[in-house]
Every structure is written in structure tokens, then in C-alpha cells.
Design a protein around this ligand. Structure first.
Ligand SMILES: Nc1ncnc2c1ncn2[C@@H]1O[C@H](COP(=O)(O)OP(=O)(O)OP(=O)(O)O)[C@@H](O)[C@H]1O
Ligand SMILES: NC(=O)c1ccc[n+]([C@@H]2O[C@H](COP(=O)(O)O)[C@@H](O)[C@H]2O)c1
Length: 411
């Protein structure tokens, strides 16, 4: 169930620096805390924008930011990051007929592919564009488009950036990328909803703008019951992202590592790709700004941070202090009390945003696997494309899992 089961696992010690070492703090942009205030620190309005003049103070990457206010930056397809990955046999790339890629917008874009455009002439495409509403994201499942594929080996690996926003839309906000680490065996609608809940919480309660979202499925070395081979888990996440979302991506880097990779190192990898290699993202002035990277996790994962020998203290300081954490409450779990009682969490509380589930969703991958083993329906618990993939590859059917694991209540 956790990395302590890995054959090469050594319990973290307070005096020892875990190996491999963490990225130096100087490479991680200082965007400031996710929460401008907490309780006693309350002294500003909930969404007080950072004045561009002050931006420099908040980010060493935000050097030449103009003070001019730009209402909205048009996001065109050619402004998106180049498609760095192999696509499926049809080799198409989603084309945004609406010409925008505003992740935070309440009216998400409706991507179409080249194949789609080729099938219809301009007039017909326009007709389709007007028939299918921008916000009918669910219809993506029905659109016959290609799915961006991640490499199966580290040698061929390239960081997926095709949906990473190239430019910050709102000059008063700071860029943020959300990363969810986990098994995703299989990915469910809950895992997809987590990102949407985070997106809402961030745009409503913080001064950050979400410019990208990633799943990072754990490698096969994470010895957890019910873990399908990593290439299948990555592929299911890809299908779910490409078919149901207009902004989520999957990064296979962690899943391709020859040994278990600590979550702190996974976040370092994202920082390296986005901030060190790419220099962050463009602001309205054309200058680059460092992107804050945050871990998205459920309440159970956060509570595991209080268990002995699972997380090294130095990793927790790195994750919570240098990056930050978005925690989706689980039914029955009291994340806020946990936050209060955990010393390291409390120290970095301004960098932790607890997201309340307003509509409770408790879809469990463990129970989905059980249903599949029992030949029961899993329809509406996960995207159809993922269900079809599981059927095609006969996943989970012949597995056994300890009864305790299946019945285990994480709450
Ligand atoms: N009901 C839930 N509410 C909030 N977060 C959840 C819930 N279920 C899972 N998560 C979060 O989703 C992320 C990925 O979960 P992961 O696939 O590793 O475990 P899981 O969904 O609990 O699956 P399993 O049943 O195999 O343990 C983790 O951060 C986990 O905390
Ligand atoms: N020390 C660590 O870095 C550490 C410890 C426990 C879990 N994790 C991560 O948390 C996620 C948890 O997944 P599960 O909820 O499936 O166990 C995985 O991505 C795992 O790598 C990291």
C-alpha cells in the first residue's frame, strides 16, 4: 500500500537526507503562499490581486512585468505549447474551434481534431461549432479524435506540454500547475472531478491562475495491491484526459522510473521541466514568470503524512514549503483538524488549500476493481473509453485482493 513495501525501501530518518537529494530551493520559483491569509493572518480581501508593480517581490522569475492592464489575452491554437508527443494512429491534434484555451473560464473550449475538420467543410464545421455548445465537455467522449500518447520507455520520454497554457491570461494572477500523484488503477470520475474542484477553489479563493494540470501515475515499483501495469494506467489516464477534459494531461515520467520515486522528487521533475527547462510561462508583456507547482491529493494521502516511516520530514518541508498542497476532503475525514495537529503541515499552512467537496464523490478504484472481478457494471463511475480499454485488455478480471483491502474504509 505504500513505498515502505518496496524492496529497496529504507525508513526515512530525521538526521539523514533521503536519496536522491531534493532540488535546490533556488531552482523553485517563489510565488508566495497559496493562501494569502489564514485565521490570525487575515488582513486582506479574499482575492486581493497582486499589483503588477509588486509582482517582482513575489517571484524572482517575474522580472519585467508591465503595469499595464490587459483585459484578456486571446489564446489561439498556435499559442499552445507544441505537441511534443506521439499521437495515436490517426495522429491528430485537437483544434480549438473556439480559439481559446482559458482553463479557468466557466466556458471551457470544445476541441475538435483535424480529422473532424477534414470531414466537414467550413460551413459544416461552423454548423457543428454552433450545434455543440462550448461547455458540452462531456461530448468529447463522442468525438473521434486522437489521443496523445506517452512514451513507453524513458529514452523516448518527452514532457507533455501540448495543453500547458503558453501565456498567463490575467496579468494580476500568478501561474499555477496542479499535479496529482497516485495509483490511478483505474482512473475514475472522482480523480477527474478532483481537478475541477481544485480549479474552482483556486480561481475563487486565490490569486493564482491554473495554467495546466497533470496526472503522474506511480511506477510498478509501488507495491500496492490492485496495481495494473503502469503503461495501462498511463494509457487509461490519457484516454480519460483526452476524451473528457480540455486541459488535463498525463506525465509518464514517474511511471517509467526504474525504482519508486518519492513524491517530492516527482514535484522536482515538474519544476525542472516547466521552470528550469522552459523558464516558466509568458506573461502579458512577453516576459516569463515562474510557475507554482502544487500537489493535488485526497485527505487520506495527507493523513498518511502523519504515519511513521512513510514520508521523510525533509520531503514534507520540501513539498509543503517549496511547492504546496491542494487537499480534497474525503467523506468523514477531518483534514482541518489533522492540519492543526501536524507540526510540519501547520508550519506551512499558508501553502495548503483545503478543498471542500460540495457534492460528495467517493468513487473508489478498489471497489471498481472488485466490481470488474465480479462482472458487475462500472458504467458512470469511469469514462466509457476507460471501461472499453479495461475490457479490451482484460484488466483486473483475474486479480485477487485481500478482503481487508477491498472492505477497508479510508475514512
Ligand atoms: N474519495 C476520495 N476523496 C478525495 N480524494 C480521493 C478519494 N479517493 C482517492 N482520492 C485521492 O486520489 C488520489 C489518487 O488516488 P489513488 O488512485 O492513489 O488511490 P484511490 O483512488 O484511493 O485508489 P485505491 O482504491 O486503489 O486505493 C490520491 O490523492 C487520493 O487521496
Ligand atoms: N514518501 C513519499 O514520497 C510517499 C509516501 C506515501 C505515498 N506517496 C505517494 O502518494 C500517492 C499515494 O497513492 P495511494 O493513495 O494509492 O497509496 C502515490 O503517488 C505515492 O507515490 C509518497
Amino acid at each position: 500500500m505504500d513505498p515502505t513495501r518496496a524492496p529497496d525501501f529504507k525508513p526515512p530518518s530525521c538526521n539523514e537526507t533521503p536519496d536522491p537529494p531534493l532540488a535546490p530551493q533556488s531552482t523553485i520559483p517563489k510565488s508566495g503562499p497559496i493562501m494569502p491569509y489564514v485565521l490570525a493572518d487575515y488582513n486582506a480581501s479574499i482575492d486581493a490581486p497582486i499589483h503588477p508593480r509588486d509582482y517582482k517581490k513575489h517571484s524572482k522569475f517575474g522580472r519585467q512585468v508591465s503595469t499595464a492592464h490587459h483585459g484578456s489575452i486571446p489564446m489561439k491554437q498556435d499559442e499552445l505549447q507544441p505537441l511534443s508527443n506521439e499521437t495515436s494512429s490517426e495522429d491528430e491534434q485537437d483544434v480549438d474551434v473556439n480559439g481559446d484555451n482559458d482553463i479557468g473560464s466557466s466556458r471551457p473550449r470544445m476541441p475538435f481534431n483535424r480529422q473532424m475538420s477534414a470531414l466537414f467543410d467550413e460551413e459544416e464545421s461552423q454548423h457543428i461549432g454552433s450545434r455543440i455548445h462550448k461547455y458540452q465537455i462531456a461530448d468529447l467522449e463522442e468525438v473521434p479524435h486522437g489521443v496523445v500518447r506517452q512514451a513507453r520507455t524513458l529514452e523516448d520520454y518527452e514532457f507533455p506540454a501540448h495543453r500547458l497554457q503558453k501565456k498567463l491570461r490575467n496579468p494580476n494572477k500568478l501561474p499555477l500547475v496542479i499535479v496529482a500523484c497516485g495509483s490511478f488503477s483505474p482512473i475514475t470520475y472522482l480523480h477527474l472531478r478532483m481537478f475541477e474542484m481544485a480549479l474552482d477553489a483556486i480561481s475563487e479563493q486565490t490569486r493564482f491562475e491554473v495554467v495546466g494540470g497533470y496526472y503522474s501515475p506511480v511506477s510498478d515499483n509501488y507495491q500496492k495491491p490492485g496495481l495494473a501495469p503502469s503503461h495501462h494506467r498511463v494509457r487509461m489516464c490519457e484516454l480519460a484526459c483526452e476524451r473528457t477534459s480540455s486541459w488535463l494531461m498525463v506525465d509518464a515520467w514517474e511511471s517509467l522510473q526504474p525504482a519508486y520515486t518519492r513524491t517530492a522528487k516527482v514535484l522536482d521533475h515538474f519544476n525542472d521541466e516547466i521552470n528550469v527547462k522552459r523558464g516558466g510561462i509568458l506573461t502579458a508583456t512577453g516576459a516569463k514568470a515562474g510557475v507554482k507547482i502544487m500537489l493535488l491529493a485526497g485527505g487520506d494521502l495527507i493523513e498518511s503524512m502523519g504515519e511513521p516511516n512513510v514520508w521523510a520530514d525533509s520531503d514534507l518541508h520540501h513539498i509543503l514549503g517549496n511547492y504546496g498542497c491542494l487537499i480534497v476532503e474525503r467523506t468523514g475525514s477531518d483534514v482541518r483538524s489533522f492540519l492543526l495537529s501536524h507540526d510540519i503541515m501547520y508550519e506551512h499552512r499558508r501553502n495548503v488549500l483545503v478543498i471542500k467537496q460540495l457534492i460528495y464523490n467517493d468513487i473508489s478504484s478498489t471497489k471498481v476493481r472488485l466490481f470488474i472481478r465480479r462482472g458487475m457494471s462500472v458504467q458512470y463511475l469511469l469514462p466509457n473509453s476507460v471501461i472499453r480499454y479495461i475490457q479490451e485488455h482484460g484488466l483486473y478480471v483475474n486479480q485477487t485482493e485481500p478482503v481487508k483491502q477491498v472492505m477497508g474504509n479510508k475514512e
